[in-house]
Design a protein around this ligand. Structure first.
Ligand SMILES: [Zn+2]
Ligand SMILES: [Zn+2]
Length: 245
């Protein structure tokens, strides 16, 4: 691939141009020559492969395909670790890879007659429900989804005068949330509205790094655009906007 890619690190005005072919050796699996899918490293030597590729390799050999170090005396699979950070970098650098992989996984489960949780028969595809995650911090209802930790903070103190009352923005009781990366801003806003009894005539906006977020952005997109080099949890703010007189 020869296309150029520009990244915009936080606080740096100039574009940094990176040639993807310079990065390729670090994000390509030496077993299948594709970009890493479920990047997985051998603990002993930290060489990385696709999870599927290295698991398959270790069924016939105990040695790292790159450096021949012994992955483990008896059970090499015990010495594999998922490298989420590297996988996120791959998704950021290779546009469309994440979406294609998501699609491939959905087709995989469909072909085997297994529905992913969000697609119950006869139900419209509305995406994962955030409420279940809000109510149960240990919920793992989306086994095939990556999860992301969020901190939802109010954006300063705000109150809006309405004809019959003054609405004052409160903090959420549970501001730390774990949810699937597919969750949309609109899902979070709906939950926030409900938890904080926001009247219909007041809009709620969500922000990350002082930018107002589009309602149909997923947590994954926000993370990749604004948060992938920052520590967890990803900090999101909500604020009020009066929409009627
Ligand atoms: Zn591979
Ligand atoms: Zn190795």
């Amino acid at each position: 691939m020869t296309s150029n890619l520009s990244l915009y690190p936080v606080g740096i005005e100039e574009d940094i141009i990176i040639k993807i072919r310079d990065v390729n050796p670090h994000i390509i699996c030496s077993l299948c020559f594709g970009y890493f899918i479920d990047a997985t490293s051998i603990v002993e030597c930290l060489h990385t492969f696709c999870k599927k590729c290295i698991v398959k390799h270790l069924q016939v050999s105990k040695l790292c395909p790159t450096c021949n170090v012994k992955a483990h005396e008896t059970q090499p699979l015990l010495n594999l670790r998922a490298d989420r950070t590297l996988q996120d970098i791959v998704y950021k650098l290779v546009p469309g890879l994440f979406e294609n992989e998501e699609l491939r996984r959905e087709e995989f489960y469909k072909a085997r007659g297994m529905l992913m949780k969000k697609q119950k028969e006869g139900e419209e595809n509305l995406g994962p429900k955030v409420t279940t995650v809000f109510n149960n911090m240990n919920a793992h209802s989306y086994k095939f989804d990556e999860q992301i930790c969020l901190c939802l903070e109010k954006h300063g103190s705000q109150h809006i005068e309405l004809p019959f009352m003054t609405y004052k923005l409160r903090s959420l009781e549970k501001k730390f949330v774990r949810c699937p990366i597919r969750v949309l801003v609109s899902h979070l806003l709906a939950v926030i509205r409900k938890k904080l009894d926001v009247p219909n005539c007041i809009n709620v906006q969500m922000l990350c790094c002082n930018l107002v977020l589009d309602e149909d952005m997923t947590m994954k997109q926000i993370y990749l655009m604004h948060w992938y080099d920052k520590p967890s949890p990803m900090l999101l703010f909500y604020r009020l906007e009066k929409s009627c007189g």
